[in-house]
Design a protein. Structure first.
Lengths: 63, 191
């Protein structure tokens, strides 16, 4: 169980989780895996910031 | 009517409303009809505008209902479903990632986000990128991010599963991200 929780996810999986996190609350296991991945992966952390920027851009677009 | 300042203000949002409607309906005539309906409803129902939100937000809310109505009427046409299958049936192969799940080309540095958000041209590029999305992908993405419909509402109106919806929104965000990077953040544009 502990082993599975700490098992790393790929960037592909991490980006999917980041996207889905905008539609649903991620499960605890998913959040843990994602958090660990983001801590060591600069590319996905950058992607996370870019998602945030796109969300903000769309919010300004509709306002 | 031309001398009515409220009508003139409504008119100033026509272009935005048309873009948003066109992205969801992919039919210029129908898009123009719903925008006309929306502006007319706003003009005749101006007392309903409280001023608590912006006029644009209020108009977007009216447009949302008009678009959902059109989609409901269209549901009887089976075309929609087959198109969705094409766009969600992309699970296996993803050129953005290597076989081991790592980025094929990692995201570039986008610099200071405020710099982009404060530029009018950035939003032109964003519209361009939204228009480049596949039809159904754009429709779902606009319903979610601009119309701000809840995910279960979108699933119900379009008769798709939650999983389909997640895949479509994921695709939309990945494609939008790539397009913005290529057309704004990596070029001369942001300098």
């Amino acid at each position: 169980m502990f082993h599975r929780l700490t098992h790393m996810v790929s960037c592909k999986e991490a980006t999917r989780l980041l996207s889905q996190g905008e539609e649903r609350r991620l499960a605890l296991g998913e959040r843990v895996k994602l958090g660990l991945h983001l801590r060591v992966c600069g590319a996905c952390s950058r992607f996370e910031a870019q998602l945030k920027l796109m969300r903000e851009a769309l919010a300004r677009y509709r306002r | 009517m031309d001398s009515d300042p409220f009508a003139a203000e409504l008119e100033s949002h026509r272009r935005y409303l048309l873009r948003v409607a066109q992205l969801q309906l992919r039919d210029q005539d129908v898009a123009e009809d719903v925008v006309q309906d929306t502006l007319f409803a706003a003009l005749t129902g101006r007392d309903g505008f409280s001023g608590r939100s912006s006029l644009k937000t209020w108009l977007t809310g009216i447009l949302k209902h008009k678009i959902v109505d059109v989609i409901r009427q269209r549901k009887r046409q089976p075309v929609l479903e087959s198109m969705f299958e094409e766009e969600t049936d992309l699970e296996d192969f993803d050129p953005l990632f290597r076989d081991d799940g790592g980025w094929a080309a990692p995201p570039a540095d986008w610099g200071d986000p405020e710099n982009a958000l404060s530029r009018r041209e950035f939003f032109d590029i964003m519209e361009f990128c939204l228009e480049k999305l596949p039809a159904n992908t754009a429709r779902v993405f606009m319903m979610r991010e601009v119309m701000e419909l809840e995910t279960d509402e979108i699933c119900k109106e379009l008769t798709i599963t939650a999983n389909n919806l997640w895949v479509i929104l994921y695709r939309a965000r990945m494609a939008l991200r790539e397009c913005l990077e290529q057309n704004w953040f990596s070029g001369q544009a942001r300098a």
